[in-house]
Design a binder for this molecule. Structure first.
Ligand code: ATP
Ligand code: MG
Length: 488
């Protein structure tokens, strides 16, 4: 498209054309109204003077007769810029006045008419136009008094010229302004398109230019830049996940493959094959678990799970998880307890349950007391092997926490431990893929809350702190915080 074509297609230019048309129409109608009113005023003035003079002359004729009338007409006709006068006999013969010729039939019709005429003294043979009034005097004499319309025509001419000029000026200024504005807008849009193009070719760090005027284009650019910021962050996250997956799933997959190959190469008995296959299944289950955890994290982080939210009691979730994990903890020599006060939450129950389960699994796995701080008396020994699941409400926040009395996580490692596939040095010997805390944190973020890791002297308290959403606020407010707590 040519530069001119682009310019003409801009909204700014099209709007200018619309305004131009509206302004031109406005100017034209204003001038037309002015012209029409002036014409009316001039006509009115002519009518008044002619009427006044007609009655004056009439009266003079009535009082002093034809001779006085003729004398008065002759003297008035001689004045500079005189009106038109004509007196005729009943047979139509002119006896006084300054009119040389008239359009035929004018003297025959009484009253007002517009006519072409010439004065006696006119040297040229051009017709003029006048507004005249014909009256009949006594004895059949007729009197015509009128006024030339040149003034009215001249005024009309002036107005017409003014209209021409003003419309021309409006059009020139309007088109100039339109081109100026459209070019400015076009330049900025072109700059934005250029940046967008560079972004499309892969440079996500590019940002749209933002001016200082704060107009709608600046606001649009700012919003698009914020969107790009978010997309860049998401892409970086995605890249990290992909890198992690490539790195962390490659090892178990390679191990799986090598074991299968080894079993085949050994050509052992059926029992060997069976054992190899069982290990393969075990390893595959681990892989499936990791994939499921990754998918769940992705679901929580993308906000996709937001559609699946409803109100439920966090205490029910805590009790459910307690029931599910109690035998497991017991097998591992740990005691699992629950302390749950009603606390309504608006969220995705399945994800919250999974997040809490991950924290409990961690407590069972890593929460065994370290041999160094082994207490002496049996009650204290039982206490450190205890894991407590708690559900309660504190102000506007619902807290779901799991406390153990193991070695805990040093403060400096807490941030790191939440990252995907991160496993701390101390727990490398235990099974796991380093995704449990990542999911718990992603779930908390999805609900507008956070995962807090704190020291429980000794041990770790991992807490899902989730705001009790205002949507169910009325009901939440009705709940008191001092509901007696049930300890299992
Ligand atoms: N209660 C805890 N006490 C001590 N260390 C913990 C505790 N919970 C987590 N950690 C440390 O944080 C790391 C990350 O935990 P996370 O739950 O994310 O992964 P994981 O338990 O190793 O694997 P997964 O949960 O995916 O099976 C763990 O490897 C462990 O080192
Ligand atoms: Mg874990």
């Amino acid at each position: 498209m040519t530069a001119f074509g682009k310019l003409v297609r801009t909204t700014a230019f099209r709007l200018t054309l619309v305004y131009l048309f509206l302004f031109a129409m406005f100017a034209a109608s204003l001038l037309a109204y002015f012209a029409w009113n002036t014409r009316r005023l001039i006509t009115e003035e002519i009518t008044q003077t002619v009427n006044a003079e007609t009655s004056e002359i009439n009266e003079l004729y009535g009082r002093r007769g034809l001779r006085a009338l003729v004398l008065a007409i002759e003297s008035r006709a001689l004045r500079p810029g005189a009106n038109l006068y004509l007196v005729t006999t009943p047979t139509g013969q002119a006896i006084a006045g300054n009119v040389g010729s008239l359009a035929p039939g004018v003297m025959a019709t009484r009253g007002w008419s517009e006519t072409a005429y010439r004065r006696i003294e006119d040297a040229d043979d051009r017709d003029h136009r006048a507004l005249v009034r014909v009256t009949e005097l006594e004895n059949g004499f007729r009197l015509l008094i009128g006024r030339d319309l040149a003034e009215r025509r001249r005024l009309f001419g002036i107005v017409a010229k003014a209209a021409q000029w003003s419309i021309l000026i409006v059009v020139v200024l309007g088109l100039g302004g339109g081109v100026f504005v459209a070019r400015r807008v076009l330049r900025r849009i072109d700059a934005m398109s250029g940046t967008a193009h560079r972004i499309m070719t892969g440079d996500l760090s590019e940002r749209l230019p933002v001016g200082r005027s704060g107009d709608e284009l600046d606001r649009l650019a700012e919003n698009l830049n914020a969107m790009l910021e978010r997309i860049e962050a998401l892409m970086a996250g995605l890249k990290e996940v992909t890198d992690n997956i490539a790195h962390d799933l490659k090892t178990p997959l390679t191990r799986l493959r090598n074991r299968a190959e080894e079993a085949l190469a050994k050509s052992g008995c059926e029992a060997d094959y069976r054992a190899a296959l069982e290990r393969t299944i075990e390893e595959s289950d681990g892989l499936i678990r990791t994939f499921n955890a990754l998918l769940m994290i992705a679901r929580a982080e993308s906000g996709q799970a937001r559609g699946n939210m409803d109100d439920f009691d966090a205490a029910d979730v805590a009790r459910g998880i307690h029931e599910l994990y109690e035998p497991l903890a017991e097998d591992d020599g740990m005691t699992l307890r629950v302390k749950a006060a009603p606390a309504t939450l608006h969220g995705n129950r399945e994800l919250i349950g999974q997040a809490l389960a991950n924290l409990v699994e961690n407590a069972i796995k890593y929460g065994k007391p370290s041999p160094v701080v082994q207490p002496m008396d049996p009650t204290a020994a039982a206490r450190v092997r205890e894991i407590l699941i708690e559900a309660r409400r504190e102000g506007d926040t619902v807290l779901l926490s799991v406390t153990d009395h193991g070695p805990g996580i040093p403060e400096s490692d807490r941030k790191h431990a939440v990252e995907r596939f991160v496993r701390l040095e101390a727990s490398r010997t235990l099974p796991g893929s380093g995704l449990g805390l990542s999911l718990a944190s992603a779930v908390a973020t999805l609900h507008g809350g956070e995962l807090r890791l704190a020291d429980s002297h000794p041990g770790l308290t991992a807490t899902l702190a989730i705001p009790a959403i205002a949507a169910s606020g009325d009901r939440l407010a009705a709940q008191t915080q001092d509901v007696p707590q049930k300890v299992a």
